[in-house]
Write a protein that binds this ligand. Structure first.
Ligand code: GLC
Ligand code: CA
Length: 578
């Protein structure tokens, strides 16, 4: 059933405020910087902005460690800056999602301070346990390294932190915690916020009994996440959150959920309840071995299998989120395109990846800078990195005797800082991001890769994204059509069809840097089709169609048989089956 919903038709743009635009010269992006660029975002054509955390925080994990949920991070501005941003966004038809980080708080949050002092009201707000003979309660590791438990002498007990020790996990079992979170959510929703991206929301439910996890050889800690992720209690809490809060507003919600399959995901998103979408991670693992740092060549067949399972598994029983980039992932153009340092390959490759993603079924998410093809960064000194995960990985590696060069190679490929260097606005100093000294260095390629250059070039990646977003508004098949994959085992091409109401789109993508010859599947052989988008031809050829000033018949028809696809070529054909 194509239950029409605004959040299915929308395109989301993720902003990492710290790195977006600095307006007061302190080297840190701020809310006024976002407000200043709303016209740019409107020109791109996106509908929804998701802001990574903007709340008061000591920044142990760049705002994913919150010390006051109802106030703005000092460096980002004030509540009135936020209200102005919201108002200016609404005036342009843009909706705003906030990042709900409620698996944990900062250890500097007053709740934690009181809990550690054993204040009776806050006694159970966090997960406190006795040690086992001078050792932590279990052998679990924390996400960024070390034990997941920290001993606190004030309370004489250990607290659980699945992330850094400055991010103690909240105890969702405690009704007062849940009520405080729901109250905080209403606070923002009543200000006019349009929904939430929910940080690691499938970790909020914890098992009743905590057991040690198996330890791999050569390791000290075990994987406690396997007992926690997708615990039935998480579904239960989210259903309660839906009843208490979400169902009373017209929202978009997307939960970040590591370790989900389509089957598991239906517990979160079937019929849009309790969440509209989840962020799954399976497709982010196709270039990893034992851990993300164990870098492997991209396995495209596995990638296609995973995407296809999600497309078919959720279909319109649930709804997919579509993403290749975010603040935790390396830049997609560097990750998936060989020779991304070559301007032509970079442009062609970025457009191919965008076509792949935006033409699947689901809601596409664009991460800041993706729309201009920003690339990974490679600082030679570890001191230039800022991300807590990267720094812990490096320190641990050095302690184990690994070479600097080997560790840096992994960091160049996978560090979260690849996504966090300042947004490249122009070829001015510091890419126009700041008039001061940026909190993290700018990628040196900013002279070539920047917004000002992209706006001027009618065939830039930016204008191609604009075209994809426009097409989505024009063709319901892009949003609501079914998905069928062809030649799934083909190692170099990704071919799929979207079909809706007698219309179909055939998407052909060359995933490689070598030319490919391809004979279309029998269902299409000999059919007449209009090429409505192609990343090897000037975009001007397609604008009349994209704009709606001509229809598919106005484009010269082709007969589909055998075709040659150049490196990283993307083609989209419109076929009328009537
Ligand atoms: C999520 C965020 C990530 C953060 C972690 C802990 O994975 O996306 O940036 O470090 O949760 O909050
Ligand atoms: Ca600033």
């Amino acid at each position: 059933m194509d239950q029409r919903k605004w959040w299915k038709e929308a395109v989301v743009y993720q902003i990492y405020p710290r790195s977006f635009l600095d307006t007061n010269g302190d080297g840190i992006g701020d809310l006024n910087g976002i407000t200043a660029k709303l016209d740019y975002l409107q020109a791109l054509g996106v509908d929804v902005l998701w802001l990574s955390p903007i709340f008061r925080s000591p920044n142990a994990d760049n705002g994913y460690d919150i010390s006051d949920y109802e106030d703005i991070m000092t460096e980002f501005g004030t509540m009135s800056d936020f209200e102005r941003l919201l108002q200016e966004a609404k005036a342009r038809g843009l909706k705003v999602l906030l990042d709900l980080v409620v698996n944990h708080t900062s250890d500097e949050h007053p709740w934690f301070v009181a809990s550690r002092q054993n204040d009776p009201h806050y006694h159970n707000f966090y997960i406190w346990r006795e040690g086992k003979a001078g050792a932590p309660p279990t052998n679990w590791f924390a996400a960024f390294g070390g034990s997941a438990w920290k001993y606190d002498s004030e309370r004489d007990a250990y607290y659980l932190h699945l992330f850094t020790e400055k991010q103690p996990d909240l105890n969702w079992e405690e009704r007062k915690v849940r009520e405080a979170v729901y109250k905080m959510m209403r606070f923002w929703l009543d200000k006019g916020v349009d929904g939430f991206r929910m940080d690691v929301i499938n970790l909020i439910g914890k098992p009743d009994i905590f057991e040690d996890a198996p330890v791999a050889s050569g390791e000290v800690y075990g994987n406690g996440f396997s007992f926690i992720a997708n615990h039935p209690k998480s579904y239960q809490y989210l259903r309660e959150m839906y009843e208490e809060v979400l169902s009373h507003y017209d929202l978009m919600t997307v939960g970040e959920t590591p370790a989900v399959t389509p089957e598991i995901a239906l517990n979160y998103v079937q019929d849009g309840k309790p969440l509209n979408m989840v962020f799954q991670f399976e497709h982010m693992d196709v270039d990893s071995g034992q851990s993300k740092w164990d870098v492997r060549p991209v396995d495209w067949i596995r990638f296609k299998q995973i995407m296809s399972r999600w497309q078919e598994g959720l279909g319109d029983r649930g709804w997919n989120s579509l993403y290749l980039n975010n603040h935790d992932q390396p830049r997609s153009v560097s990750r998936y395109v060989r020779y991304a340092h070559d301007p032509e390959y970079r442009k062609r490759g970025a457009k191919m990846l965008a076509t792949m993603l935006h033409l699947m079924q689901g809601t596409p998410f664009i991460y800041q800078g993706e729309e201009i093809g920003m690339t990974n960064v490679a600082f030679s000194r570890i001191e230039d990195y800022r991300d807590v995960e990267t720094l812990q990985f490096y320190d641990e590696g050095r302690r184990k005797g690994q070479r600097h060069e080997a560790l840096m190679a992994a960091i160049y490929a996978k560090s979260r800082d690849n996504a966090r260097t300042p947004m490249q606005w122009s070829s001015d100093a510091y890419a126009g991001f700041t008039s001061g000294t940026p909190w993290i260095k700018v990628n040196e390629d900013y002279k070539e890769i920047n917004v000002a250059a992209a706006l001027e070039d009618s065939d830039s990646i930016f204008h191609y994204y604009r075209a994809l977003i426009r097409l989505r508004k024009r063709l319901p098949v892009i949003v609501y059509g079914t998905y069928t994959v062809y030649d799934l085992e083909h190692p170099s091409l990704y071919v799929y069809e979207r079909r809706y109401d007698g219309d179909s789109l055939l998407v052909l993508l060359n995933l490689t840097d070598s030319p490919q010859s391809y004979t279309v599947p029998a269902t299409f052989y000999g059919k007449t089709a209009a090429l409505i988008l192609n990343n090897t031809e000037p975009l001007a050829t397609f604008w009349p169609y994209i704009d709606g000033t001509c229809d598919a018949e106005g484009l010269s028809p082709e007969t589909l048989t055998t075709m040659a696809l150049s490196p990283y070529e993307a083609r989209v054909y419109h076929i009328n089956h009537a």
